[in-house]
Write a protein that binds this ligand. Structure first.
Ligand code: ATP
Ligand code: MG
Ligand code: MG
Ligand code: MG
Length: 471
């Protein structure tokens, strides 16, 4: 079953259950300045859940474009390492705004997976929040999932799993338990069932999360029952496609194989299993859609998320021996795969390619020179990269810290992140001192202003890097 058919079947199914089909919102949330990028289907409905906005429907369904490459959800480091994570992905969702609740949500999910998509029931495992007997009962007694395949996840596992099956929008506000559906890809793949110590493997892959917004947590931490509980679900389209196409990794589905072949063509790579090709195929999607939605590469905020993704892809191209712009050429291939589902991509593709090409030209030379500096340093010490070198790469050669960290991880090199931060602090002090000196010497104000802007954006990048390092 192709991606296009998977999307259609999902929307048609929920439409037949009285849901209004709602278009994907852009990647930059229009209703929440505190949220950098849209990371799930519920984002465009946030105010409806809180009750400050209303819609002419109480049931909705969507295929939402999402990016998880910064902020609370950051899967950038997982790309190329797990079978299931992307920076950009499509989330299939159904939503109830004070309409149906647990019983219907679970029944719909099961009917869709087993009857419409035809998944074998015995390959599915579900989790419920440890205290949610209501959901447990529906799975066990109404759907008939054997007890061995219903796993309670909660705070009894050292606190680590508590938040996994308990969802909250923020420290206060709507929250509630979730139930998640996993597909077992088979005993030959490493990894244990959810809740087990080796659950992070890729054998049991989480495909669908059903969130039940049941409470409103107030400032004092009290959990007050919501008068009209809501449902918010999200299923990764690519993960479902992998199951339906009888492959294990998302990167083996039709859409990704075509992008990987295109990346191989542009980088003249023969080994189609190359990790770098997967990263490039992932990143062309994220980078292109961020540009479609109005972001341009830059030193801070959204622009820096985009820049990090592009530069990371270019470094993987460089690793495959590519010294000239190649990345922008993949926009056409991406459009062949996704332009029909996303007319906004088809419309913007020239602008997207142009923006990518400019960034490739800008970074091309410093990438080459920076890699030489890095190689020279690693020739001296093949186990550790000092913070000063990482900072030079960042400051002079435009290597985002995560790019350098990616190279270090590949080669088993320890990166001195604390040293990097110290070098950045030092730079800020120097810049500040220089600013004062110039002002004191009566140098034109614009000079000091330039220094100031540079310093400001450095601070901002440092914040992003701190987020990235600290998780
Ligand atoms: P995981 O535990 O595998 O990282 P998650 O619990 O972070 O997933 P949710 O926040 O529950 O994911 O999102 C709902 C669904 O979206 C997931 O069940 C999965 O199918 C899909 N999904 C989440 N993150 C990604 C990603 N980075 N790439 C592709 N699909 C994703
Ligand atoms: Mg995750
Ligand atoms: Mg999860
Ligand atoms: Mg989840």
């Amino acid at each position: 079953m192709k991606s296009s058919e998977i999307r259609d079947k999902f929307l048609t199914f929920f439409e037949s259950k009285g849901h209004s089909v709602v278009r994907s919102s852009p990647l930059v949330p229009g209703n929440d300045p505190t949220m950098l990028l849209t990371n799930s289907g519920m984002v465009q409905f946030k105010d409806v859940f809180i009750g400050t906005d209303s819609r002419p429907y109480t049931r909705a369904t969507s295929v939402q474009r999402c990016v998880r490459a910064g902020g609370k959800h950051n899967d950038l480091e997982n790309v190329g390492y797990t079978a299931r994570h992307h920076t950009f992905f499509e989330m299939l969702g159904n939503f109830s705004f004070g309409d149906y609740f647990k019983r219907d949500a679970i029944n719909y999910a099961w009917e869709l997976l087993t009857k419409v998509y035809g998944l074998p029931a015995d390959k599915l495992t579900v989790t419920v929040y440890v205290e949610d007997d209501e959901a447990y009962d529906i799975w066990a007694n109404e759907i008939g999932v054997p007890a061995a395949r219903i796993i309670r996840i909660g705070d009894n596992k050292g606190g680590r799993y508590a938040s996994d099956n308990f969802w909250q929008m923020a420290d206060t506000g709507p929250c509630g338990p979730c139930t998640e559906i996993f597909y077992d890809h088979g005993a030959d793949i490493p990894g244990g069932p959810p809740g087990s110590p080796d659950e992070d493997g890729d054998r049991f892959i989480e495909i669908w999360n059903l969130v039940f917004m049941q409470f409103n947590r107030d400032e004092a931490g009290n959990m007050n029952k919501l008068p009209k509980p809501c449902v918010d679900t999200g299923m990764g389209m690519e993960r479902l496609a992998a199951v339906l196409q009888h492959v294990h990794s998302n990167y083996e589905i039709d859409l990704f194989q075509n992008l990987i072949r295109a990346a191989a063509r542009e980088t003249r790579t023969l080994d189609l299993e190359s990790k770098s090709l997967r990263v490039i195929a992932d990143h062309i999607r994220a980078a292109s859609f961020l540009i479609v939605d109005g972001i341009i590469p830059g030193p801070e905020g959204h622009g820096y998320v985009l820049r990090r993704i592009i530069r990371r892809a270019l470094r993987h191209g460089h690793k495959l021996g590519q010294n000239r712009p190649f990345f922008y050429k993949l926009v056409e291939d991406l459009n062949d795969e996704m332009g029909a589902a996303y007319p906004e991509l088809a419309e913007a593709k020239q602008r997207v390619a142009q923006t990518l090409r400019q960034e490739e030209e800008r970074f091309g030379e410093t990438l080459e020179n920076g890699m030489k500096i890095l190689e020279a340093q690693l020739a001296k010490d093949s186990k550790n990269l000092d913070g000063a070198t990482a900072f030079t790469l960042y400051d002079t050669y435009g290597f985002p810290l995560d790019l350098t960290a990616d190279i270090c991880r590949e080669r088993g090199v320890t990166l001195d992140q604390a040293g990097f931060t110290a070098a950045m602090e030092q730079q800020k002090k120097t810049a500040r001192a220089a600013g004062k000196f110039k002002m004191a010497a009566g140098v034109e104000y614009s000079g000091a202003k330039t220094t100031f802007i540079g310093y400001d954006s450095l601070v901002h990048n440092a914040t992003i890097i701190a987020l990235y390092c600290g998780g």
